[in-house]
Design a protein around this ligand. Structure first.
Ligand SMILES: Cc1cc2nc3c(=O)[nH]c(=O)nc-3n(C[C@H](O)[C@H](O)[C@H](O)COP(=O)(O)O)c2cc1C
Length: 258
């Protein structure tokens, strides 16, 4: 059964959901071919720790110089890439800046913000407005292999995405849409880093053209944008919470106030 036949869930997913329906929050084991086992999120202790992590996250500008273990960086990047994207086309990329000369050029492009030079890990989140044209075949082959799509549905999907993208391009909004995917990936990175005890500095204080030139993104066959720079490392300080406006000030019901 594929997505055209059943847009909700595959039989395997349903099987897993049924098996996972334990009220006590125990870990379940997935059946063969089903989605991987997952731990119930209905867990007060987890919720409290996750809430504390969100509340206590701060933007850091001071980092210890210690390198982050490479295996942890890889696992972290894998988690970053679990972030959702429009149509699952994954039209966003991360450039890890390692070469000292490239980093110096990025530093200059980013108004010489010190964390750009000093953090052990520096990432640029790149938005690819037409990136789906490059990723579609690979993504489709994964869907086909998993049985979620068949060939005719893949063809339909390609047409549908092409239609959406054309509309966005005609409205001059391709870049704006692509920036969303890349920014969501950066948000995942901030939280995945936090969960490891690492700190982050999200940045948009840069000259985008200079930054693109620094990482070779100006030469790209396709027009791309840099959504965000993210410095990551172990914290060297404890920035104070600048606070947030009260909920009533920033959350509305049904109507956005003029
Ligand atoms: C989109 C975005 C761009 C930002 N750009 C910069 C930046 O260029 N330099 C910087 O030091 N901080 C930057 N910040 C960090 C913000 O100043 C910070 O998130 C805000 O002051 C709230 O502090 P907190 O993150 O510690 O809660 C940026 C944050 C966001 C979300």
């Amino acid at each position: 059964m594929n997505e055209r036949a059943n847009h909700s869930e595959s039989p395997a997913a349903k099987e897993t959901a049924a098996a996972a329906g334990t009220a006590d929050g125990t870990v379940v084991t997935a059946t063969k071919g089903a989605a991987p086992a997952t731990e119930s999120m209905d867990d007060a202790a987890f919720r409290d720790r996750f809430a504390a992590m969100l509340r206590n996250r701060r933007s850091h500008r001071d980092f210890l110089p210690d390198a982050l273990p490479e295996d942890e960086v890889r696992e972290f990047l894998e988690l970053v890439m679990t972030s959702p994207s429009a149509f699952n086309m994954q039209a966003r990329a991360v450039v890890r800046i390692q070469d000292p000369d490239v980093r110096a050029a990025v530093h200059a492009a980013a108004r010489k913000q010190r964390q750009v030079l000093e953090a052990p890990l520096l990432l640029a989140f790149v938005a690819e407005p037409d990136g789906w044209e490059d990723t579609f075949d690979e993504v489709a082959s994964q869907y086909l292999a998993s049985g979620r799509w068949d060939d005719s549905f893949a063809a339909e999907k390609r047409d549908r995405i092409a239609g959406f993208q054309k509309q966005r391009r005609d409205l001059g909004r391709s870049r704006e849409y692509a920036l969303r995917d890349a920014t969501i990936a950066a948000s995942f990175a901030m939280l995945a880093a936090e969960a490891r005890g690492w700190a982050t500095s999200p940045m948009t204080g840069f000259d985008e053209e200079a930054l693109k030139a620094a990482i070779g993104a100006d030469d790209s066959a396709r027009d791309v944008s840099v959504a965000l720079l993210l410095a990551v490392g172990r914290p060297a300080g404890a920035p104070k919470d600048p606070g947030r406006l009260p909920l009533e000030r920033r959350v509305y019901v049904d109507e956005y106030p003029l």
